[in-house]
Design a protein around this ligand. Structure first.
Ligand SMILES: *[C@@H]1O[C@H](CO)[C@@H](O)[C@H](O)[C@H]1NC(C)=O
Ligand SMILES: *[C@@H]1O[C@H](CO)[C@@H](O)[C@H](O)[C@H]1NC(C)=O
Ligand SMILES: *[C@@H]1O[C@H](CO)[C@@H](O)[C@H](O)[C@H]1NC(C)=O
Ligand SMILES: *[C@@H]1O[C@H](CO)[C@@H](O)[C@H](O)[C@H]1NC(C)=O
Ligand SMILES: *[C@@H]1O[C@H](CO)[C@@H](O)[C@H](O)[C@H]1NC(C)=O
Ligand SMILES: *[C@@H]1O[C@H](CO)[C@@H](O)[C@H](O)[C@H]1NC(C)=O
Ligand SMILES: *[C@@H]1O[C@H](CO)[C@@H](O)[C@H](O)[C@H]1NC(C)=O
Ligand SMILES: *[C@@H]1O[C@H](CO)[C@@H](O)[C@H](O)[C@H]1NC(C)=O
Length: 430
């Protein structure tokens, strides 16, 4: 038995540490370089970042892309993005390159730059939507003019060691690979043109690399039991508890407290869970053929407005969602046959901005589900979610034996087993 648990632990631990995400198995960020022309000493490339992740967007303050040049390349100019440092260009006379660093660091431009510095899909401060929310906004691109580089597809050397901060750590990028050249349709759609050469780099996310502790937690309640199951204590780690502020603290009325810090250091409200985000799932009502759930998301960080937030949930009855009242909803089909996962996100201009902690720091909606006659039950915690992700990070769930029970029903023993493993893992990891 002990061996079984150990083996299971190792498996779960590795599935957590690895980039593989069971709810979004193909999720990745792909960076594509299309060489659109050769120049006397190099090339011009259109670089496009595709966020192919269903429910993980790239939020404020946006992406930072880095790589290592293979030879002595320099960046003559960029449109739609810039490097954070120019580096040592003292060897150059006359025309001075935009960047001479061996390892350039590139960021998107902010909205509102002059028209002649813009490029398609640029200038959004590096914020990129999740593919499942809005594919048209899940793209970011810029143009780069490279010098002292190869000038044909035989002599050009691919950049190495790509790194993506989006905005913090968590992504691991593979090697650049030459792929079949991209074809472009001319605006009148009557002619196809082709990149002179194309390479792709794929980056995948791992929550384990991104942060030591979860970033959100789940609490539960129901109409059939007055117990409210709170988030687990210290669900997101209590290391910062010393610096938290009480919700009635005078500090909060001081000018500038809400200004985000450069390193995104949070200013957290004191809670027993110390999570910046709490998701609450309330089983609200029971009808003959339907049941109703209320979902609320609460922000406990005084220094963060979450724009374009997403909430992905796995529950066996999500295949029969009938109505979602104040969020947008899209089913996600990780495996074509199972339809038990969906993503909720804010309605544009209504609640797509989850405000900083305080009286307005929450969003909520109700969901009407049609009962699936074969499986529906209020017993044994069936009515509660199996997995919850806020902004692509998995939330900590309370232990199953603390779920609100239907009166006269006993806790389900098998479901206590994963909880045991989970608590063991957290014990091992932290
Ligand atoms: C990246 O995501 C896209 C879209 O889901 C998928 O087609 C592609 O195979 C993925 N690439 C890798 C290397 O996983
Ligand atoms: C390089 O270009 C030549 C034609 O100029 C083409 O035949 C060849 O397939 C290209 N090689 C690669 C790797 O794209
Ligand atoms: C890869 O890039 C990172 C960050 O830019 C740098 O610290 C590291 O030394 C690089 N590794 C190689 C082998 O160039
Ligand atoms: C390269 O990336 C583009 C854009 O993401 C994608 O359409 C294409 O299929 C990729 N090519 C390969 C061979 O993965
Ligand atoms: C959040 O947005 C509101 C309204 O746009 C703004 O007043 C506030 O300063 C923002 N807070 C943070 C932490 O950015
Ligand atoms: C998945 O569930 C949604 C409702 O939540 C439904 O609209 C959709 O048709 C379902 N898709 C499949 C393939 O069952
Ligand atoms: C629930 O959804 C499943 C699959 O999406 C479907 O086969 C079933 O008929 C639905 N049940 C009801 C009551 O609509
Ligand atoms: C409500 O659920 C709790 C478990 O969270 C359980 O201890 C309690 O007995 C339940 N109340 C009733 C009236 O069944």
């Amino acid at each position: 038995m002990r061996l079984v648990i150990l083996v299971l632990c190792v498996i779960v631990l590795f599935s957590y540490a690895g980039a593989y995400d069971p709810l979004d198995p193909n999720g990745n960020v792909t960076i594509k370089w299309d060489i659109v022309s050769w120049t006397p000493d190099g090339y011009v490339a259109d670089v496009t970042l595709y966020n192919f992740q269903m429910f993980r967007h790239i939020m404020n303050p946006g992406w930072t892309l880095g790589w290592t040049w293979a030879k002595k390349e320099v960046i003559w100019s960029m449109i739609g993005a810039q490097t954070t440092e120019q580096g040592d260009c003292s060897k150059f006379k006359g025309n001075i390159p935009h960047c001479c660093k061996k390892i350039p660091t590139v960021v998107d431009l902010l909205p509102g730059v002059p028209y002649n510095q813009q490029f398609t899909n640029c200038c959004k401060g590096g914020v990129v939507a999740a593919w499942g929310q809005d594919p048209s906004q899940a793209i970011s691109s810029f143009q780069i003019s490279v010098g002292q580089a190869g000038t044909s597809n035989k002599t050009v050397k691919l950049p190495k060691n790509f790194t993506l901060l989006a905005p913090g750590p968590g992504y691991t990028c593979g090697r650049a690979k030459v792929v079949p050249s991209t074809t472009f349709l001319t605006p009148d759609k009557r002619r196809k043109t082709q990149a002179l050469m194309t390479w792709n780099v794929t980056c995948t996310y791992s929550q384990f690399l991104a942060r030591k502790n979860p970033a959100c937690c789940l609490s539960l309640s129901s109409f059939y039991n007055e117990t409210i199951t709170p988030c687990p204590s210290c669900a997101c780690g209590c290391q910062n508890k010393r610096n938290c502020v009480k919700s009635d603290s005078k500090i909060l009325s001081m000018v500038g407290v809400h200004t985000p810090k450069k390193d995104n250091e949070p200013l957290m409200q004191c809670t027993h869970h110390m999570c910046p985000i709490r998701v609450h799932w309330h089983v609200k009502q029971n009808y003959k053929d339907y049941w109703r759930v209320k979902i609320a998301i609460t922000n406990f960080n005084y220094r963060m407005n979450y724009s374009l937030w997403t909430l992905a949930i796995q529950h066996p009855n999500l295949n029969n969602v009938t109505q979602v009242f104040s969020f947008d909803y899209k089913p996600i089909l990780p495996y074509a046959s199972i339809n038990d996962t969906g993503m909720f996100f804010g309605m544009k201009y209504f609640n797509d901005l989850l405000m900083e902690a305080g009286p307005t720091g929450n969003v909520q909606s109700e969901v009407l589900l049609q009962k699936d006659k074969d499986t529906f039950t209020f017993k044994q915690g069936w009515a509660f979610p199996r997995k919850v992700y806020f902004n692509g990070d998995e939330c900590m769930l309370p232990p199953p034996d603390s779920y609100p029970f239907l009166p006269n029903s006993s806790p389900q023993t098998p479901s206590a087993f994963p909880a045991l493993i989970l608590s063991l893992i957290f014990f091992l990891v932290l």
